[in-house]
Design a protein around this ligand. Structure first.
Ligand code: ADP
Length: 318
């Protein structure tokens, strides 16, 4: 569509002649982009010009431009994810693979000369390096199936306080022998009606998927352990109230620099202050996918050197 307008002006500022793109609102209330081009026409009086503005509806072109910009940004993001993936692969697979190669070579070449105890030690290294690689592959597989929408949400009854305290015990054994994990559970139900409502409450928890919940809490708790100093305290709080469960995990660790916080849930992303602490940048992406499948929310607050608190909120459904 073309629009035309005309007004008279004494031409002394030629720089005013330019093309303009503006957002206009039509009578129907619809927002459209209009490109105005302006030209000056000499009138019968010298120095006095008519300015003619011609407006062209360029909404379609603008939308196409926006689409192109969006797909370029997406492409760039994919390129970044790919490059982070390869650097994670090189690092996280490279180390255990070297251990396996080194240990098997020693066993092959010096098998007859070393003691049984030493052999056992090398075999243990091979075993734990292989376990590490298998775990890594499992995580990559889990994330890619979540991203492809193939991870299923299978709700079933879960006794949350029991589930959480058992998980804490297993985390202590696997990761946190040197940390103090303090688990507390709060249920905001009136005390007199507690027993009567407990079974009702358990039924409400049927909207939780224990497998996904395990991924969420294991990743958050193992991160709290991994990124905080030996002997420090980790507080894990479960709150069951009204229609939602809130899981709060607070550590006194290295914290997350503000510049890294926005990208933290992106696949393979790691903050700049991790130093030599091993990791893949997969855990939080998995956590986010599992929280989303529950229709929940995850947020965090963190300060470098002062610690991090993650809060996951998951709704119950009757
Ligand atoms: P990984 O720990 O294997 O690197 P995650 O996806 O679990 O991967 O975490 C992504 C990044 O977020 C970590 O590399 C780290 O920089 C940061 N991070 C996560 N949890 C914590 C925490 N509790 N304290 C400090 N940094 C954390």
């Amino acid at each position: 569509m073309l629009y035309q307008a005309r007004h008279r002006y004494i031409l002394s500022q030629k720089e005013l002649l330019r093309e303009l793109e503006v957002v206009c609102t039509t009578k129907a209330g619809e927002e459209i982009w209009v490109e105005f081009s302006c030209s000056a026409v000499q009138t019968e009086l010298e120095g006095l010009y008519d300015f003619v503005y011609i407006g062209r509806d360029i909404t379609e072109r603008k939308q196409e431009e926006l689409e192109i910009r969006r797909s370029l940004a997406k492409e760039q993001e994919l390129r970044q994810v790919k490059s982070r993936f390869f650097s994670m692969l090189a690092h996280e697979f490279g180390n255990p693979l070297n251990i396996v190669l080194f240990a098997t070579q020693i066993l092959k070449e010096y098998g007859d000369e070393i003691t049984n105890e030493e052999k056992q030690e090398y075999l243990e290294h091979v075993k734990s390096a292989s376990k590490h690689m298998a775990q890594l592959l499992d995580d990559v597989r889990l994330l890619s199936s979540a991203e492809a929408g193939k991870l299923k949400f299978n709700p079933a009854p879960v006794d949350l306080p029991k589930f959480c305290s058992e998980l804490v015990e297993s985390i202590k054994i696997s990761y946190g022998q040197n940390h103090k994990i303090n688990f507390t559970c709060r249920k905001s139900l009136p005390p007199a009606k507690q027993t009567e409502r407990e079974s009702e409450q358990t039924q409400k928890w049927s909207a939780l998927d224990a497998k996904l919940l395990r991924h969420i809490l294991t990743n958050l708790l193992s991160n709290a352990v991994k990124y905080s100093p030996i002997d420090s305290y980790i507080d894990f709080e479960l709150n069951c109230h009204h229609e939602k469960a809130t899981f709060k995990i607070k550590d006194a660790g290295i914290g997350i620099p503000i510049e890294d916080q926005e990208q933290l849930f992106e696949s393979y992303y790691r903050a700049q202050n991790v130093g030599k602490i091993p990791g893949t940048g997969l855990g939080l992406s998995i956590v986010k996918q599992c929280v989303d499948l529950h229709g929940g929310q995850i947020e965090f607050s963190s300060e470098t050197g002062l610690g991090t608190t993650f809060i996951v909120t998951i709704p119950f459904y009757k």
